[in-house]
Design a protein around this ligand. Structure first.
Ligand code: SF4
Length: 103
């Protein structure tokens, strides 16, 4: 089903250097209070489409220094997490996804 979505670039860095990447890489990580505020504001807006979703993105979102806490915020506000990732660090966090997301 189509949905409104907010692509949250929670870091601007990544461990890869793909040729096609549009990201202007840096060293910034979004503070958690900013993540919460953006997410809450977005989810309260009455968009034309019936569903809204939050996407954790980057760079590589799993490199955020407080990635687990970022997931907890999004999961609490939105019921689940959705992520855009190259997948390299999924094994490092798989226990978290198994415990909280039924994976
Ligand atoms: S994995 Fe994604 S963010 Fe990282 S360099 Fe490649 S395209 Fe860019």
């Amino acid at each position: 089903m189509p949905s409104n979505f907010l692509d949250l670039h929670i870091v601007d860095f990544c461990q890869l250097n793909c040729k096609h990447c549009y990201l202007k890489k840096g060293k910034r990580a979004m503070p958690l209070d900013m993540l919460r505020a953006f997410s809450e504001d977005f989810l309260q807006i009455d968009f034309p489409l019936p569903r809204s979703d939050l996407i954790l993105s980057g760079g590589k979102p799993l490199l955020h220094p407080k990635f687990v806490e970022a997931c907890n915020i999004v999961r609490t506000l939105n019921g689940h997490i959705t992520m855009s990732t190259n997948g390299i660090l999924i094994p490092k966090f798989i226990h978290t996804f198994k415990r909280n997301d039924g994976i």
